[in-house]
Write a protein that binds this ligand. Structure first.
Ligand code: HEM
Ligand code: HEM
Ligand SMILES: [Cu+2]
Length: 544
């Protein structure tokens, strides 16, 4: 990693590492106890490790010559993929454990840090931000350079983005274990972590724009529009939803500036658009690059891909209130959210259909190539989960589904079937190329992973459809006297078989992810030290 930097860049990196260590020390000294002090300590240790790593090797490697500018810069992508896999195993591992706890709550250990309430956000942040976020950042660097035929604008800021982002993820997960949370779902980290992420994210956006400005291709390929929407809108959502006043500068607690139903609306404008721009737009960028490359076919309709881009970014923005049906939110705002959610189906299916139609004429490849099959299944689940979402957003349907496991089933049909599948497809395309090879080290293991992932997703999702609809119907069943037919605990007991099935499905899915991580490790190992030498020369790729 350090060998890829020029002497000047190494010095800048050293300066930034010193700044990080000083910041960590200041946080730890100011807070003295509690989560902020622990997080300061983590930043201090990370800063020191970087100082020793960069400082120790300051003059060790020969300087990079000017000819580096004629090659892509892929070392950050490689690091990002490694972090993706690490977070996948942690996040999904915790998910399986939580699934098991819902079947077997007595197994909860007696320490607060291991309670369901603290581990649940470790799962959601671990998989969404750790696994999904690292995959998005890592692939965005790769796609941006290929489609622009330009090297990243500089060599320091990609590391600032990736290392800074992973420090945020670490702060988030370790904070939850200590009971630190601002209680906004998917935005739980406290104010200082939010400020940190804002700095990292602005660096990311600036790097993206600067690289794009250097492009040698006149046209900005559609994948870049999706990645840019992801970066820009996540910044907007993050800043507005996290506006808060710290109780003191030396502690983690804060109060949001929003109150009452406005706070609820801002939170679900955020939460819903986190789905839209984090879990959808960025991954559509990934799909629109890796699927055509892997299938060696151009997108079925490029024009449609642009049209659905604008449809998706416009309609999603207004749909957040479908999370607040039958609440104190004005009725018309709920209706607005419902209407836009239904309209959203059109651009969503246009994207899914466009991806599937791209495979026309390449079905033999889908049959033979498990990597391409991951992408195909991702497009199918993208279509299924958006159909389901539009349906759940209809108020009377939501009166049955809300508060039930149907929502959780919908979530995982999107995240396992769509998000994780497209990530695996991208990883199996990227990792051999990052390692200077034609194939993964264990090609057969991709096939195994594919079937584990498909079986795991289906078992998980089907179990929770049954669970959710059963719950919804039991809760609204009345006897002839108008009394409830079932007590709440009866509906809990009825869930046991479904929770057992979900644990099994999750275990299959996790096993596939572990296999993927091992396969990637074996593949990257064979590359050895050659990786930096294999940064490819700038050239348009086939099928781009
Ligand atoms: C057209 C697209 C979509 C629409 C209209 C939609 C709509 C909905 C609705 C109505 C809910 C339930 C709200 C409630 O009753 O509380 C929901 C929940 C959720 N959806 Fe979707 N959905 C869509 C696509 C997706 C996709 C593709 C994913 C994931 C990749 C996803 C992830 C989620 C998550 C995480 C929640 C749970 C939020 C919570 O914590 O309560 N959705 N969605
Ligand atoms: C091995 C695979 C997985 C298992 C076993 C699993 C299990 C779970 C469990 C048990 C919950 C808590 C449900 C509850 O509180 O009732 C949950 C929630 C959640 N998981 Fe997963 N999960 C897995 C993978 C993923 C992935 C890959 C993602 C995202 C990329 C994801 C995103 C979420 C989200 C957003 C929620 C919150 C849902 C809501 O509030 O409605 N999960 N998961
Ligand atoms: Cu939503």
């Amino acid at each position: 990693m350090i060998a890829t930097l020029t002497l000047r860049e190494r010095r800048i990196g050293l300066g930034l590492s010193v700044a990080l260590a000083v910041l960590g020390l200041a946080m730890a000294a100011a807070a003295r106890t509690g989560p902020m002090a622990v997080h300061g300590g983590m930043a201090l240790i990370l800063g020191l490790v970087l100082i020793f790593a960069i400082g120790g090797a300051l003059y060790d490697h020969p300087e990079q010559g000017e000819d580096r500018l004629t090659r892509y810069y892929d070392a950050p992508t490689r690091f990002g993929i490694v972090m993706t896999l690490i977070w996948a195993v942690i996040g999904m591992g915790v998910g399986v454990w939580l699934a098991a706890l819902m079947y077997w709550p007595e197994a909860t250990p007696p320490w607060p840090a291991t309670s369901f309430g603290r581990l649940r956000p470790v799962h959601t942040s671990g998989v969404i931000f750790g696994f999904g976020g690292n995959a998005l950042i890592a692939t965005s660097f790769w796609v941006l350079q290929r489609t622009s035929r330009a090297r990243l604008a500089d060599a320091v800021s990609p590391w600032v983005v990736l290392i800074g982002y992973n420090l945020f993820c670490l702060w988030a997960a370790s904070g939850y274990l200590m009971g630190s949370t601002q209680s906004k779902e998917y935005a739980e980290p406290e104010w200082y972590a939010d400020i940190w992420l804002t700095i990292v994210w602005v660096t990311y956006f600036v790097l993206y724009i600067r690289t794009l400005a250097r492009r040698a291709e006149p046209h900005i390929y559609v994948a870049n529009w999706y990645y840019m929407a992801f970066i820009l809108v996540v910044a907007l959502l993050h800043i507005v939803n996290n506006l808060a006043l710290p109780v003191s500068w030396t502690g983690a607690e804060s109060f949001p500036v929003w109150a009452g139903v406005q706070d609820a609306m801002i939170q679900w404008w955020y939460g819903h658009n986190a789905v839209a721009f984090f879990l959808t737009a960025g991954f559509l960028g990934m799909l629109y690059y890796f699927l055509p490359v892997r299938a060696q076919r151009p997108i079925w309709s490029y024009r449609l891909s642009i049209l659905s881009f604008w449809g998706i970014v416009f309609f999603y923005m207004w749909a957040g209130s479908h999370h607040l049906h039958y609440t104190a939110l004005p009725y018309w705002v709920q209706t607005l959210g419902m209407t836009f959610s239904v309209m959203l189906l059109v651009p969503s299916w246009a994207s899914a259909g466009n991806a599937i139609a791209t495979l026309n004429g390449a079905w033999h490849k889908v049959r033979d190539d498990a990597t391409l099959r991951f992408m195909f299944v991702a497009a199918v689940f993208y279509g299924l989960s958006t159909f389901e979402g539009s349906f759940l957003a209809i108020r009377p349907v939501n009166s049955l589904s809300h508060y039930t496991d149907w929502t959780v089933g919908h979530v995982h049909s999107g995240t396992l079937g769509w998000v994780a599948m497209i990530v695996f497809g991208a990883i199996y395309t990227l990792v051999p190329r990052l390692s200077g090879r034609d194939t993964m080290a264990w090609p057969k293991a991709i096939e195994w992973h594919f079937w584990l992932a498909v079986a795991g997703t289906l078992v998980y999702v089907v179990a929770l459809w049954n669970a959710g609809i059963t719950q919804g119907l039991m809760w609204r069943a009345y006897d002839e006297n108008g009394a409830l037919s079932y007590s709440f605990i009866q509906s809990v007991e009825a869930m046991l078989p479904y929770y057992a099935a979900r644990t099994l499905g999750g275990t299959l899915f996790l096993a596939g992810a572990v296999l993927c991580a091992l396969n990637c490790r074996a593949t990257m190992r064979t590359a050895g030290d050659r990786v930096d030498a294999t940064d490819r020369p700038l050239a348009a790729q086939p099928a781009e």
